[in-house]
Design a protein around this ligand. Structure first.
Ligand code: SF4
Length: 347
């Protein structure tokens, strides 16, 4: 009887290798990739011009294609909020709740295998690889609190851990698993070479924006000024783009830095107040917060004009619109760079 395993696929090298090791043992493997809204992958990669020479791809899909397995992409945006807002095990260096995140994803994957008649779960975790979520003492916490228990197999470091049910039952051969540990990537790179993989993703820091300091500063600012830790998908998408400036506690400007961001932000015209330079080439800004009064509109326009081609002009014209409303033309003198206090900039 062919045994069936579900492998958590982040798109990085470790999950690719873990799934490959199990596939090689004649197990039927299918991948699961969770969409949290904070993922670095996906459309936000395609917005900006930077790294344009690099091929844009969804690494989880790419990994599944390399492995020749089916990939299930599961949207967990709403359920995941509780993990980000109230992590039982706390945050890492930024607002990344890595241990709770791992537990939650394994728990969801465990529910999935039970529902779909699969035998066990596979992750690419390696002891000591990450300071918060992948340490010797966190491995049993993830297995226990997720409810997956001994159905969770980590092929890359299994020999450093107690035997799991797939090993004890002889579904997989423990001898053909690995004993990787520590932060070095060399063993994984050597194994990738052995399998003939060269073009794999090299994630810097983590698999999501929550490990990014600038992103975390913006998320914390959003929570602080709303007086609650709530967010929706648009909020966390908007934190990924533009220059964020908060001139007053009640509103923030998200100013596009390039054409791709202008196009992206213009998709929010019906939900937010927007301001666009018209007399000179320049950015589009989304206003997040209260409906602006006349003085605040003048202030916002003067700041935005500063980032237009008319920054040294005597006067710049901009269109201010309420959400989905008709534009009103505003004329301002651009604010000089030195007049914008540094603490207004969130990034
Ligand atoms: S980096 Fe993000 S996706 Fe990865 S474990 Fe941490 S919180 Fe979860």
């Amino acid at each position: 009887m062919t045994r069936k395993a579900a492998a958590l696929i982040s798109g990085g090298l470790d999950s690719l290798l873990a799934a490959k090791v199990i596939l090689q043992q004649g197990i039927h493997v299918e991948g699961i990739n969770f969409f949290t809204g904070f993922c670095v992958e996906g459309h936000t990669h395609a917005i900006r011009k930077q790294d344009q020479h690099k091929q844009k791809r969804n690494n989880a899909l790419w990994v599944a294609e390399q492995l020749g397995i089916k990939l299930h992409i599961i949207d967990i945006v709403d359920e995941y909020k509780e993990v980000v807002i109230n992590p039982r095990h706390g945050y890492g260096a930024n607002l990344n709740p890595c241990l709770d995140c791992k537990i939650f994803m394994v728990q969801k994957a465990h529910e999935w295998i039970r529902k779909n008649g699969f035998d066990f779960l596979v992750t690419g975790e390696v002891i000591g690889q990450r300071p918060m979520s992948q340490r010797k003492f966190t491995m049993p916490i993830v297995a226990g609190e997720s409810g997956a228990e001994d159905l969770l197999l980590r092929p890359l470091c299994a020999k450093n851990l107690a035997e799991t049910r797939p090993e004890l039952a002889g579904w997989v051969n423990r001898e053909a698993l690995y004993d990787f540990h520590g932060r070095s990537r060399k063993p994984q790179m050597a194994l990738a070479k052995q399998f003939g993989y060269e073009d794999y993703a090299q994630p810097a820091g983590g698999c999501c924006f929550l490990t990014d300091t600038n992103y975390s500063v913006k998320l914390q600012d959003l929570w602080t000024h709303r007086g609650t830790k709530k967010y929706d998908l648009d909020d966390i998408m908007l934190l990924k783009v533009g220059r964020h400036i908060r001139p007053e506690p009640t509103f923030k400007l998200i100013i596009s830095r390039e054409e791709g961001e202008t196009r992206f932000l213009s998709g929010y015209k019906n939900q937010f107040q927007t301001i666009k330079t018209i007399s000179h080439g320049g950015p589009l800004a989304v206003v997040e917060g209260v409906a602006l009064n006349a003085d605040q509109i003048q202030l916002a326009c003067a700041i935005i004009a500063r980032f237009s081609k008319g920054k040294n002009a005597h006067q710049v014209e901009l269109n201010y619109s309420t959400a989905g409303g008709t534009p009103t033309t505003i004329r301002v003198r651009p604010m000089p760079a030195h007049a914008i206090p540094q603490h207004w900039y969130l990034v």
